[in-house]
Design a protein around this ligand. Structure first.
Ligand code: 6CS
Length: 289
């Protein structure tokens, strides 16, 4: 089980020093690449960004971190000799800048693999896939079934997580900025919907299903799948330059998919293990990554 990281330890592993020396001598990526995995082994854990959006990622009341994405990452890393996964909560929009600033070693949050993100980070092969959904008041009084319908309405406001895919989908469909309401976390979005401060709360199907089940509010319901939106698939994100670490991760992930271990981890959270195998990082990135 993973632990929620409250403060990062500052460790300068020898591998990183080696990588700097080799780079300054006309670097050989293999040394740096070897350094990434060696650094994590020496560190004893990988620092991961999560969102706390069950069942993708979840911080339990005792601080323990779980969810499909961290559990897959933890299992793969253990096989690579990295003993633990230590998480910190981040908004989706801050995850990639966090990787680039080396605040995190990886993002294991159900970050959807999309071309614009593939330009900024390296992704593992896809692991968790889902469709988009709306949480609405019972009976869907505004009759919204797409982001375009929200845009076409006079006043409908849609709640979204900051820097997430739903925010981009809403703006891309023409919903005016002032009617796209960024909420800090899933619980806040649900409360804003219940209070009528938003008319729609947009998240992936499994996130909304989890929220509504826990809310047990007969005045709310889910509409899914959102029209004109694809099935999205997520992967673990690594910094550009950590190609060999990403490839080592992918090799173990593929072995776990073949052996059935991957399915044993993700299916209890509600994910289809097969869905990830129906696509690929290259297809989702629109080219090599
Ligand atoms: O990666 C994203 O943008 C989306 N992923 C999840 C798991 N939830 C919402 C977010 O927009």
């Amino acid at each position: 089980m993973t632990r929620l990281m409250t403060t990062f330890r500052s460790i300068l592993p020898t591998a990183a020093v080696a990588a700097v020396l080799v780079t300054s001598l006309g670097g050989v990526s293999d040394v740096r690449a070897e350094g990434d995995l060696e650094r994590l082994k020496e560190q004893g854990f990988a620092r991961i960004a999560i969102a706390n959006e069950p069942p993708w990622t979840e911080v339990k009341s005792d601080g323990k971190v779980t969810g499909a994405a961290p559990e897959v990452a933890r299992a793969v890393l253990k096989r690579l000799g990295v003993g633990d996964v230590v998480a910190s909560i981040s908004e989706y929009g801050a995850m990639i800048p966090g990787i680039q600033a080396k605040r995190f070693d990886m993002v294991a949050a159900g970050l959807f693999i999309k071309p614009e993100r593939c330009n900024a980070v390296l992704f593992s092969e896809p692991d968790l896939c889902d469709a988009e959904s709306f949480a609405v008041k019972k009976g869907n009084p505004l009759g919204v079934k797409s982001f375009e319908a929200i845009a076409a309405s006079e006043s409908a406001k849609v709640g979204v997580v900051g820097g997430g895919t739903e925010e981009k989908l809403a703006l891309g469909a023409g919903v005016p900025r002032e009617r796209v309401v960024v909420v800090p976390d899933p619980q806040s979005g649900l409360k804003m919907l219940q209070d009528g401060r938003i008319d729609v709360y947009a998240l992936p199907v499994l996130s909304i299903s989890d929220l509504l089940k826990k809310a047990n509010d007969p005045g709310l319901e889910m509409f899914a799948p959102v029209e004109n939106t694809p099935i999205f698939c997520a992967g673990v994100a690594f910094p550009k330059g950590a190609g060999a670490l990403r490839d080592s991760y992918d090799k173990v992930l593929a072995e776990m998919k073949s052996s059935g271990e991957f399915a044993k981890i993700v299916e209890p959270f509600g994910y289809s293990a097969e869905a990830a195998s129906l696509t690929s990082r290259e297809k989702l990135c629109g080219g090599p990554n």
